[in-house]
Design a protein around this ligand. Structure first.
Ligand SMILES: Cc1cc2nc3c(=O)[nH]c(=O)nc-3n(C[C@H](O)[C@H](O)[C@H](O)COP(=O)(O)OP(=O)(O)OC[C@H]3O[C@@H](n4cnc5c(N)ncnc54)[C@H](O)[C@@H]3O)c2cc1C
Ligand code: SF4
Length: 331
């Protein structure tokens, strides 16, 4: 049993003050990831700062036609919000493909962005893991690495980011609003999560004293042509082996703009903006989809147990793009 103290923050400034003053403190929101990590002794905070009473539970219009999702809005409330269902159905689908109804009722948007990897060795404190204990080594590289990264990995860590919601947010080019002891700032979604490099213990570019206050969705929601395809071992209650968020703007059968983000392949939601731009101005054909899939996956490297993900990712990209392009044209 690891002893810890608990306090409930009354306002954002107080929450920031508490976390800044104690290097072993952690925020707790829905607790669906943090409590598991504490039970397994993966994380041992000496103080928990409960942020659930902060005024961050609203979904609001922004001045530029987008929506601001409070960090404490639950995943369920977000997915079923009428504006999300109508204007950002890609996000709704991605959230609803994750976890279970009970978990989505507890899980918050801020917590979803900061959930830790599901690498088995990260959770098993009897094994070396550079993410859990820097410098101890990576058990997955020579071990059972079926769920691990094929893109952007390093010789320190090959873990993947587990979130579904974040894959859709990457495709929608959301912006994360944060507040810390030096004030507030925004982080474009592409810069929020990190690749492992030599510092796999750092999942994101959030500073230790910063709290996520909201996630902003730009006005463009790609509600006419989108797909979230999640390939997994079970139909529900399982993390993605591969997931694809595809968003298209179509002009007849021609693609005006394409966005693609992949989950289950890297330490962060994976985008290759040069490769996706190859679709702009092109016809929505299987051949063109295959070309862009090959381009996105061209640098992928498979290990003993996860090489199957390379072909699986290509097929998932093509299928998601076909589905997105055909929306509204089927009988
Ligand atoms: C069995 C199971 C299956 C799951 N399946 C899926 C799945 O298929 N797809 C998927 O995407 N997810 C899945 N999840 C993960 C789930 O979505 C996350 O656990 C959840 O989103 C975390 O949100 P939370 O509010 O509970 O975070 P918490 O557990 O409270 O916190 C998680 C981390 O975020 C930090 N934190 C929380 N809020 C803030 C904030 N506002 N600012 C700064 N730091 C903050 C905490 O300090 C902690 O480090 C699954 C979880 C479980 C247990
Ligand atoms: S892949 Fe990353 S999280 Fe998994 S054992 Fe290696 S260092 Fe740890």
């Amino acid at each position: 049993m690891n002893r810890f103290s608990y306090m409930r923050a009354g306002d954002i400034a107080g929450a920031v003050r508490e976390i800044s003053g104690n290097s072993t403190a952690q925020f707790i929101a829905g607790g669906t990831n943090l409590i598991d990590l504490m039970k397994e002794s993966v994380t041992r905070p000496a103080r928990l700062i409960d942020i659930t009473r902060l005024p961050l539970s609203r979904i609001e219009e922004t001045g530029n036609g987008g929506l601001r999702l409070g960090a404490l809005v639950t995943n369920a409330e977000t997915a079923y919000h009428p504006q999300i269902e109508r204007r950002y159905p890609l996000l709704s689908r991605a959230i609803l493909s994750g976890a279970s109804a009970q978990l989505r009722n507890m899980a918050t948007n801020g917590g979803n962005l900061l959930q830790r990897t599901r690498c088995y060795y990260f959770y098993d404190v009897a094994t070396p893991c550079n993410k859990r204990e820097p410098g101890t080594g990576c058990s997955a590289i020579e071990g059972f690495n079926r769920i691990h990264a094929v893109l952007g990995a390093s010789d320190q860590c090959i873990a993947v980011h587990p979130s579904d919601m974040c894959v859709a947010l990457a495709a929608l080019e959301a912006v994360v609003h944060v507040t810390g002891k030096n004030g507030s700032r925004t982080i474009p979604f592409a810069d929020f999560h990190r690749l492992p490099g030599d510092t796999p213990e750092m999942d994101t570019n959030l500073e230790r004293d910063e709290i996520i206050t909201s996630i902003e969705l730009p006005a463009k929601g790609f509600a006419e042509h989108y797909a979230y395809l999640k390939v997994r071992d079970r139909k529900s209650y399982a993390f993605a082996l591969i997931s694809v968020a595809a968003a298209l703007e179509m002009s007849g059968r021609t693609i005006a703009q394409a966005r693609l983000a992949l989950g289950g392949v890297a330490h962060k939601p994976w985008r290759d903006t040069q490769a996706e731009a190859m679709l702009n101005g092109k016809a929505a054909t299987a051949e063109n989809f295959q070309i862009v899939a090959e381009a996105i996956i061209r640098d992928a490297k498979g290990l003993t147990h996860n090489a199957f993900k390379i072909e699986l990712a290509k097929r998932a990209i093509v299928r998601a793009l076909k589905h997105a392009a055909q929306m509204g044209t089927r009988q």
